[in-house]
Design a protein around this ligand. Structure first.
Ligand SMILES: [Zn+2]
Length: 118
């Protein structure tokens, strides 16, 4: 994958991450958190950050955030776009639809069958 494409992907992933965090903090600030406690996200896993993620996001969103962060790491180390399981390239169409996809469609399907979650 060329650098320009990777930059685009990275931007998309960061936006997704920001959106998820915003949702989490938005919900949390309605509860007991003051904005100043949670404004400093960055890359640091501060306690406030962990807390917001724990309480502000549902399980599904938290998993999604993990995937997004994982994908961002993979953009960084150059393994982005490669299936985590079979090491083949994940199809472009799939990456476009799911930029944080860790597995190619084939592996995804196999795993779903194996785990019984279909
Ligand atoms: Zn695969």
């Amino acid at each position: 994958m060329d650098k320009k494409k990777l930059k685009e992907v990275e931007k998309k992933l960061l936006e997704k991450k920001k959106g998820l965090l915003k949702e989490a903090t938005g919900r949390e600030s309605k509860r007991e958190y003051s904005k100043s406690e949670v404004k400093d996200f960055g890359d640091s896993a501060s306690e406030a950050y962990e807390d917001v993620l724990l309480h502000g996001l549902g399980e599904h969103e938290r998993l999604l955030l993990q995937k997004v962060e994982n994908a961002l790491r993979r953009v960084g180390d150059g393994s982005y776009g490669q299936c985590h399981r079979c090491r083949k390239d994940i199809s472009k169409g799939r990456l476009k639809a799911v930029p944080w996809a860790l597995y190619c469609i084939q592996c995804r399907e196999n795993m779903e069958q194996e785990s019984g979650i279909v």
